[in-house]
Design a protein around this ligand. Structure first.
Ligand code: ADP
Ligand code: MG
Length: 244
């Protein structure tokens, strides 16, 4: 498939003798929003972390534009700029201000000039409504504001794919919508996104493809319509009933 960006094939991950991912197969195509849903402990974060090389798979293959990202000489730093990640816990640099948070990866990894990095950072901060806070430190911001910085920082790296691991799960309820709005706007730009979330209405609205994970396997997958309107497997039905 020519527009395939990422392919995960027969992926397995164990921690000691606990097998957390079992024979995971997944393709991510350009411009797609792929959402991973499933109960806590089903392996969603581990899958994203394997794709981002924060975890080393035990078995299987992951390719990026056909290239094996698990090969010994693969350039992980460059890859992480192309396949970025937004974390539940924000992972901002607390000693840097908002603007610096959005510039540092650009200057160090992408070798952009400070001027170019600043221009990009300001453009992305404006899109998430954080222009008034460029000089603030993360400790001065709410969770929702921190996460919008996390998104602006990730997008400032001009990624091909952005991975989101429960980006709104640590937020107070009144902060969630601003973050989801920022993500929706990003999806509408055509950015390829892989998203783990429990925001089912949002997932249904935004996703091209939905993957339901259960106990380390992909138990069911399909279009948003297929998974949310007529799930076939009993365990998918049971899981989704909790969100009605
Ligand atoms: P989810 O994101 O779906 O809640 P995770 O991928 O975080 O699930 O975890 C899946 C399973 O893997 C859990 O049983 C968890 O305890 C285990 N696990 C995750 N990371 C580690 C780790 N670094 N060491 C040992 N076990 C882990
Ligand atoms: Mg998780």
């Amino acid at each position: 498939m020519t527009d395939e960006i990422l392919a995960v094939t027969h992926l397995e991950k164990s921690f000691g003798d606990h097998q957390v991912l079992k024979d995971i197969n997944l393709q991510i195509r350009r411009g797609e929003v792929v959402t991973i849903i499933g109960s806590s402990g089903s392996g969603k974060s581990t899958l994203l972390r394997c794709i981002n090389l924060l975890e080393q798979p035990t078995q299987g293959e992951i390719t990026f534009h056909g290239e094996n990202i698990l090969a010994p000489k693969f350039d992980i730093t460059t890859y992480r700029a192309k396949v970025g990640m937004v974390f539940q816990s924000f992972n901002l640099f607390n000693n840097l201000n908002v603007l610096q948070n959005c510039m540092v990866g650009q200057t160090t990894v992408l070798n952009r000039t400070p001027e170019a990095a600043r221009e990009m950072a300001l453009a992305q901060l404006e899109k998430v409504g954080m222009t008034p806070y460029v000089n603030a430190k993360p400790s001065q911001l709410s969770g929702g504001q921190k996460q919008r910085i996390g998104i602006a920082r990730a997008v400032s790296m001009s990624p091909e794919v952005l991975l989101f691991d429960e980006p709104t799960s640590a937020l107070d309820p009144e902060m969630v919508d601003d973050v989801l709005d920022s993500m929706r706007a990003l999806a509408h730009t055509g950015l390829t996104m892989v998203l783990v979330t429990h925001e089912m209405a949002f997932a249904r609205d935004i996703s091209d493809h939905v993957v339901f994970m259960d106990q380390g396997v992909i138990a069911e997958e399909g279009s948003a319509e297929e998974i949310f309107t007529r799930p076939q497997k009993p365990r998918t039905q049971t899981f989704l009933k909790r969100y009605l």
